[in-house]
Design a protein around this ligand. Structure first.
Ligand code: F6P
Ligand code: MN
Length: 314
């Protein structure tokens, strides 16, 4: 059911999760994360564009927004009482919030992805990956849930617990209510979003991009991973890439808290996510800082990237 039409009742996030049969602890965790996002939005909207280590008007130490977002989220995860280990983009290491891991979750997250876009007032987001138990460095296919919150002109939340992908919007009471469930990505892309410096593209990626343009794909790139992926998921077509570059064989984006959760969501919506050779979700993490190239979105264009990289197009 969609609320884009004339639906009478708004379905909130908690009710949606319950109706889909999600376990109580996971419902609680996802709702706590959603709650944390209220405070993050507030800091983005009203906070100083503080640089960590400087003081504000009252002589208090200011925190850069990404550091603040990290503190808000970590506190909330601790408060949830169901989280064992956490790995944040802002932290140097995996942090153990609780040593009792039975029945608990571990969470990898990017508290404020694209934070350098806040001063120019472009959209940014929070990305979350959830595993059951204590181990956070597992292949992405073992995630039990993934989600992101997008702080744009509107605030939206997109989640999956392995049962489709669902979009929520924040209402005037700061509650998330259902916009659309079971989002689907078509097999063919009509837009492309290429990260990285084009003159560092390898020959096969340059040829792939020219092919995308020949196929009629329009360039749509904001420079924020969350809005760029959201565009593909919500419009239901497109391919995002942050490829390997000359001198940067692993690209830029991080597996644990950027690529795995987005790959989980996109696969759940019927799309694909590849490192250029195979599914992102099958990669076995070697460490918390793993990076990987990514080609993600409509299936045909993701397969086309793999074909160019394998030299099969010749
Ligand atoms: O987290 C890194 C990030 O800011 C993403 O949001 C974005 O997709 C990417 O970097 C942009 O990188 P570049 O500026 O190199 O295209
Ligand atoms: Mn990031």
């Amino acid at each position: 059911m969609s609320t884009r039409g004339k639906t009478k009742f708004q379905i909130n996030l908690r009710r949606h999760l319950r109706e889909r049969g999600v376990k109580d602890d996971l419902v609680h965790l996802i709702c706590e994360i959603a709650e944390a996002s209220n405070y993050i939005i507030n800091s983005i909207r009203t906070g100083d564009l503080g640089v960590a280590g400087t003081s504000n008007l009252y002589g208090e130490e200011q925190l850069a927004l990404d550091v603040l977002a990290d503190r808000i989220m970590t506190k909330r995860l601790l408060h949830s009482g169901v989280v064992g280990n956490v790995l944040s983009e802002e932290a140097d290491d995996i942090i153990c919030l609780s040593t009792e891991c039975g029945g608990r979750y571990s969470v990898a997250f990017d508290p404020l992805d694209g934070s350098s876009l806040v001063d120019v007032n472009l959209a940014v987001g929070t990305i979350i990956s959830i595993f059951e138990g204590c181990n956070i460095l597992l292949p992405g296919r073992q995630q039990v849930a993934a989600m992101y919150i997008l702080y744009g002109p509107r605030t939206t939340l997109v989640y999956s617990t392995g049962d489709g992908v669902h979009e929520f919007g924040m209402n005037q009471l700061m509650e998330y209510t259902l916009i659309k469930e079971n989002l689907q990505i078509k097999p063919q892309a009509n837009i492309y979003s290429p990260g990285g410096l084009r003159n560092l593209f390898t020959t096969e990626i340059e040829r792939y991009v020219r092919d995308l343009e020949k196929r009629g794909c329009k360039l749509r790139y904001s420079g924020g991973f969350v809005p760029d992926i959201n565009q593909v998921i919500v419009k239901g077509s497109g391919v995002f890439m942050y490829p390997h570059l000359q001198g940067h064989p692993n690209g830029k984006l991080r597996l644990s808290f950027e690529l795995n959760p987005m790959a989980f969501l996109v696969e759940q919506a019927g799309g694909a996510a590849s490192d250029g050779h195979g599914p992102i979700l099958d990669r076995i993490p070697q460490g918390k800082d793993d990076r990987s190239p990514i080609f993600i979105g409509s299936k045909e264009e993701v397969a086309l990237a793999e074909a160019y990289i394998a030299g099969l197009d010749q």
